[in-house]
Write a protein that binds this ligand. Structure first.
Ligand code: 3PY
Length: 252
C-alpha cells in the first residue's frame, strides 16, 4: 500500500544553526511518540543537507532538497546536481514547486529533465502540480494539472513513475492562508489518481502517494488527511516550528 507522508518545505528559511536546532527539536519530539503513522521528510535548503542527514542518523526522517539542476554537471554556475544531492545522503528532492515555476521560469520541459536526473541518482522526486487562481475560477484546474503531469512525467516507464511522490498544491492556497476545502482537495486528488490509472493502470496509481500542499496546518490537517486520496501534506510555514509541525504529523 502507498505511504502516508508529511514533508516540510522550509523554502528559503533558517540559517545552518537555526535549521539544525529545528532538526534536533524534531528528533526529540518524534522520539517521544510511541508510534508515528507517517513518513516524515524535511525539505531543507541545500546548505543544511549534509548536517541534517548526519544529525538524523538512522532515524526515520527523510531529508529532501528543494530543487536540482536539469544538467548532469559542468559549467552551470550556482547550480546543484542530482548526483551532488544524492551524495549528501538526502533521499528526496522537491521539484516543480509553483514558486520555482513562477519566480525562476521552470517549465514542464525543464522539470522533465530534472525528474529523470533525480531518478537516475536514486532520489525520490516530490513533484508539485497545481493551478493558479484564474485557472480555478475558470474551472480549468483539471486541464492544467493533467497537462503538468502529462508533459513532465508521462514519458517515464511505469517502473520509474511508481517511484514518484506527487504534491497537489493549488497555487492560490500557497502562502495566502487560504486552504482548499477538504472536498476540493479530495476531488482533485481523485482526479489525479484517475489520470494515473488511465496512463499506467490501477496498481501503479494505487501505489502513488499524493500529498496536499498549500496552507496545510495543525487545524486543517486531520480533515484533509482523512480523505481517501490525500496521503499526507507538503507543509510550508507550519514546518518551520516544531510546535506547529508535530500536530500535522500527529494528524495521522
Ligand atoms: C505551502 O504550504 O505554502 C507550500 O508552498 C508548501 O510547499
Amino acid at each position: 500500500m502507498r505511504k502516508n507522508i508529511v514533508a516540510g518545505n522550509w523554502k528559503m528559511n533558517k540559517t545552518l544553526q537555526e535549521g539544525l536546532a529545528l532538526v534536533d527539536a524534531l528528533k526529540v519530539a518524534l522520539a517521544d511518540r510511541d508510534k508515528v503513522n507517517c513518513d516524515v521528510v524535511l525539505g531543507t535548503p541545500f546548505i543544511h543537507l549534509v548536517n541534517a542527514v548526519a544529525s538524523i542518523g538512522d532515524k526515520k526522517i527523510g531529508v529532501a532538497a528543494q530543487n536540482c539542476a536539469d544538467k548532469v554537471s559542468g559549467a552551470y554556475t550556482g547550480e546543484v546536481s542530482a548526483a551532488m544531492i544524492a551524495s549528501t545522503g538526502a533521499k528526496y528532492v522537491i521539484l516543480g514547486h509553483s514558486e520555482r515555476r513562477t519566480y525562476y521560469g521552470e517549465t514542464d520541459a525543464t522539470l522533465k529533465e530534472k525528474v529523470v536526473l533525480a531518478l537516475a541518482n536514486g532520489l525520490t522526486p516530490i513533484f508539485c502540480i497545481g493551478e493558479v487562481l484564474e485557472e480555478r475560477e475558470s474551472n480549468k484546474q483539471e486541464v492544467v494539472v493533467k497537462s503538468q503531469i502529462e508533459n513532465a512525467l508521462f514519458a517515464l516507464s511505469a517502473e520509474d513513475f511508481s517511484k514518484i511522490v506527487l504534491a497537489y498544491e493549488p497555487v492560490w492556497a500557497i502562502g495566502t492562508g487560504k486552504t482548499a476545502t477538504s472536498a476540493q482537495a479530495q476531488e482533485m486528488h481523485a482526479f489525479i489518481r484517475k489520470t494515473i490509472v488511465d496512463k499506467y493502470g490501477k496498481e501503479v496509481a494505487d501505489g502513488i502517494s499524493i500529498l496536499y500542499g498549500g496552507s496545510c496546518n495543525a487545524s486543517n490537517a486531520k480533515e484533509l488527511f482523512a480523505n481517501p486520496d490525500v496521503d499526507g501534506g507538503l507543509i510550508g510555514g507550519a514546518s518551520l516550528e516544531v510546535d506547529k509541525f508535530m500536530p500535522i504529523i500527529d494528524a495521522f
